[in-house]
Design a protein around this ligand. Structure first.
Ligand code: UDP
Ligand code: MG
Length: 321
């Protein structure tokens, strides 16, 4: 049987007073079960990250801690968003000596019964285990279609997202350390994790409806997350400008020939040929130049992120005892 692990579960909370106690009770059940069958060690903890809530969330977290020390909390100084809340919770857990960290939404919409499966994959040697939802039945039609289209679009842009993966995943201690070496401010964890490498696997889970409270992901937050994903992983939109420039340039050549033919046949009003040719030609030159400039700006942007180039996943012969 595998050694018990020191597991930390990170739950980001933003104005979750209505559901927090219910979730805590559920997760405590799971904790006790895992403890009984010696899957996890007694040092394991649940970390609630209060993402600058305006309601009683932090008081509830404190009272949960008083009732049972397996509940812990950290509080961000303001609302920094889901991604940063997750990130801070994971980094904190790794600092506390967690062997692995699982992140899950505080509303526990994701099925917590997948946790033992995550841990099984971890004991088999995975550093990253992705939770992949089995369906999107509980989502509204709007969310379902936009999310699916978004994943397709991101793949087209060259960012390899794991399809239908949510921010429900397990990272080993060293995977969290690797993730924390990404210095960018605009975090899109879903996109970053696959770029790290390491051995990984997938666990499917079911999503149920929210039991209390409302979604804290407003449309504005969703759009900002989506734009973050696109702009932090791809400079392909800039390339599309260059491509457009080239297409317009070809059109301008065709227009030039057509206008000249018309001009020679004498079926145009004076001045029309020169105007038409100039508009198309200048337009294409401008678009092309923008694309060229954009290419440099884009590269500068990518370089300023100072992303780590590689992570060592195994070593032999050096630093061994
Ligand atoms: N959340 C957060 N900061 C925010 C918005 C949301 O930490 O600014 C948390 C929220 O408390 C929840 C998780 O992110 O634990 C997912 O949010 P929610 O359940 O509202 O999103 P949905 O399930 O509707 O996509
Ligand atoms: Mg939710």
């Amino acid at each position: 049987m595998a050694e018990p692990v020191n597991l930390y579960i990170v739950l980001p909370c933003y104005n979750e007073e209505e559901i927090l106690r219910k979730s805590a009770e559920k997760i405590l059940n799971l904790y006790n079960r895992l403890l009984d069958d010696q899957t996890i060690r007694p040092e394991s903890r649940m970390i609630f990250v209060d993402d600058g809530s305006k309601d009683r969330t932090w008081e509830i977290i404190c009272s949960l801690h008083r009732s049972n020390k397996v509940f812990c909390g950290i509080r961000l100084s303001g609302n920094r968003g889901h991604q940063i809340a997750l990130f801070s919770g994971m980094v904190y857990s790794a600092e506390q000596g967690a062997d692995c960290v699982i992140t899950i939404d505080a509303d526990l919409q994701q099925d917590i019964e997948a946790v033992p499966e995550f841990l099984k994959k971890y004991s088999e040697g995975c550093d990253i285990v992705y939770g992949v939802r089995d369906s999107r039945d509980t989502d509204s039609f709007f969310k379902k279609t936009t999310a699916t289209a978004y994943y397709k679009f991101m793949n087209f842009l060259g960012c390899d997202l794991i399809e239908q993966s949510a921010d429900y995943r397990l990272l080993s201690n060293r995977a969290v350390k690797a993730l924390s070496s990404y210095k960018e401010n605009n975090l899109f964890i879903r996109g970053l994790v696959p770029t790290m490498g390491f051995q990984s696997d997938v666990v499917t889970f079911h999503v149920s409806a929210r039991e209390a409270g409302e979604s804290k992901y407003t449309l504005r937050k969703m759009i900002s997350l989506a734009l973050n994903g696109i702009t932090s992983f791809s400079i392909r939109p800039i390339r599309l400008v260059s491509l457009m420039g080239m297409i317009v340039f070809v059109i301008s050549l065709i227009m030039m020939i057509l206008t000249l033919v018309d001009h020679i046949r004498g079926v145009t009003v004076p001045g029309w040929s020169t105007l038409t040719i100039s508009i198309w030609f200048l337009g294409s030159v401008q678009l092309l130049s923008l694309g060229v400039i954009g290419e440099y700006v884009g590269r500068t942007y990518m370089e300023t992120k100072n992303r780590p180039r590689y992570f060592i996943s195994e070593k032999t012969g050096v630093g061994d005892d």
